[in-house]
Design a protein around this ligand. Structure first.
Ligand SMILES: Cc1cc2nc3c(=O)[nH]c(=O)nc-3n(C[C@H](O)[C@H](O)[C@H](O)COP(=O)(O)OP(=O)(O)OC[C@H]3O[C@@H](n4cnc5c(N)ncnc54)[C@H](O)[C@@H]3O)c2cc1C
Ligand SMILES: *[C@@H]1O[C@H](CO)[C@@H](O)[C@H](O)[C@H]1NC(C)=O
Length: 386
């Protein structure tokens, strides 16, 4: 099948890019491997998840959240917003289509895309002039190598598979990782009556929602280095030093780390209070595991019934995108730096790879759609219409 624009992935990035193209009357097709859009939000996230940022920082182009929506929108509300968004802008992805490869053909000047139909198991071939990679920065959960993990006979889970703590009441559970997911999963586990410990290795920024909100707002007026200092200072005034609980603050600022290294600051959902009260234990890195016994780097030993790895994600774009080395490196991270990260050669684009969350996604979608629309209208038609 010959298309003008193919968009791979029907998460927020794919939906927003398709919507912007539709508004410009540029024909496009979205391919999605799962049987629904926004699968990360509908299927692969925990029950208590809310948007970490205020709703004004999580909107896709051309549609605001309803005014009655709470400032921090719960997962259910965000999913409703995305479904309404797709309907409003007439985005109709083809579901159960896994893109297996996309390669550029210099002779035809088109991308050749091989797709597996997950229902019929058949292979479908597509061609397109413009290809938008929108398969996300969170393609697959990472479980790091830990000595002896194979010998652990309790339950091992990645945070993307965790829903709630109902089956962990009264159990000893270790959460590895203290990003947003780790902190919130630990909170949830404790809430459900699990004896919860959390591995904190490197230093991490932790802010209240209010300080984060202020920071995001100030970014509109101040350079991020200044915003970084203000946030760190405010946080110190509010809480003093978290390091007495085993949580060190990085020397670099929060936005620097997010944008340069992809390490997002943590927005506290109440976990810090439980840590301060000793209800959630902070433990250092694991040195090895033997059966149900975990030995930590401080030499302490503890038994666990389950280990939940909240150790982040890896982009999977490089498994199917065969060309476009100019745009995305081997880890699926854009080579051109922000704000030029979204456009490659030969009609290739990427949406949602700038480590800037939904705000970055909204910007990418608009830029990509405008650029494609321009490129199409540049076909020398101009003089004909005079
Ligand atoms: C737990 C969690 C909470 C987050 N909270 C926030 C927040 O509060 N605010 C914020 O700004 N950002 C947040 N983010 C970051 C980001 O906004 C979300 O991850 C967002 O869903 C990214 O959208 P996306 O469309 O780029 O990727 P995804 O949502 O991951 O969508 C990609 C889609 O592509 C599909 N796909 C993948 N491979 C293929 C293939 N080969 N063929 C066909 N389809 C494929 C997937 O099935 C998926 O549906 C959060 C991320 C996570 C993991
Ligand atoms: C907890 O998650 C399970 C699925 O793992 C689900 O069946 C159950 O309804 C959830 N419980 C609550 C109270 O949300």
């Amino acid at each position: 099948m010959d298309e003008v624009v193919l968009i791979v992935g029907a998460g927020p990035s794919g939906l927003a890019t398709s919507a912007c193209l539709n508004l410009l009357s540029v024909p496009n097709l979205v391919l999605e491997r799962e049987d629904c859009s926004a699968s990360l939000w509908k299927k692969h996230s925990y029950d208590r998840l809310k948007l970490h940022l205020g709703k004004e920082f999580c909107e896709l182009p051309h549609m605001s959240f309803p005014s009655h929506a709470p400032n921090f929108v719960p997962k259910k509300g965000f999913v409703e917003y995305l479904d309404a968004y797709a309907e409003k802008f007439n985005v109709n992805p083809k579901y159960c289509r896994t893109v297996q490869s996309a390669a550029y053909d210099g002779v035809t000047g088109k991308w050749h895309v091989t797709v597996k139909n997950m229902v019929s198991d058949e292979i479908e071939e597509y061609m397109c002039k413009f290809l938008v990679a929108a398969t996300g920065e969170n393609g697959k959960g990472i479980i790091p190598k830990v000595a002896g993990l194979d010998s652990f006979d309790g339950e091992i889970l990645h945070s993307s598979e965790y829903k709630n703590g109902s089956s962990y009441t009264g159990k000893d559970v270790l959460v590895v990782g203290c990003g947003n997911s780790g902190m919130e999963v630990a909170y949830d586990l404790h809430d459900w009556g699990a004896r919860t410990s959390m591995v904190v290795r490197g230093p991490v920024h932790v802010f209240t929602k209010e300080v984060m909100y202020l920071g995001m707002s100030l970014l509109k007026f101040l350079p991020y280095t200044m915003v970084d200092s203000i946030m760190v200072m405010l946080s110190k005034c509010q809480h003093g030093d978290y390091s007495k609980h085993g949580i060190r603050t990085p020397t670099e600022g929060p936005f620097y780390l997010k944008w340069m290294e992809g390490r997002a600051p943590v927005i506290d959902v109440g976990t810090m209070e439980k840590i301060e009260n000793g209800e959630i234990k902070v433990v250092p890195a694991i040195s090895n595991i033997h059966g149900r016994t975990v030995t930590f780097q401080d030499g302490k030993v503890q038994h666990f019934d389950a280990i939940i790895f909240a150790t982040g994600y890896r982009s999977m774009v490089r498994t199917w995108l065969k060309d476009g080395e100019d745009l995305l490196d081997q880890n699926g991270v854009p080579k051109p730096s922000y704000p030029d990260h979204w456009k490659g050669k030969s009609g290739l684009y990427c949406a949602g790879f700038a480590r800037r969350g939904l705000l970055g996604i909204a910007q990418d979608a608009e830029k990509i759609a405008n650029d494609i629309s321009l490129a199409m209208n540049n076909v020398p038609n101009k003089f004909v219409s005079i």
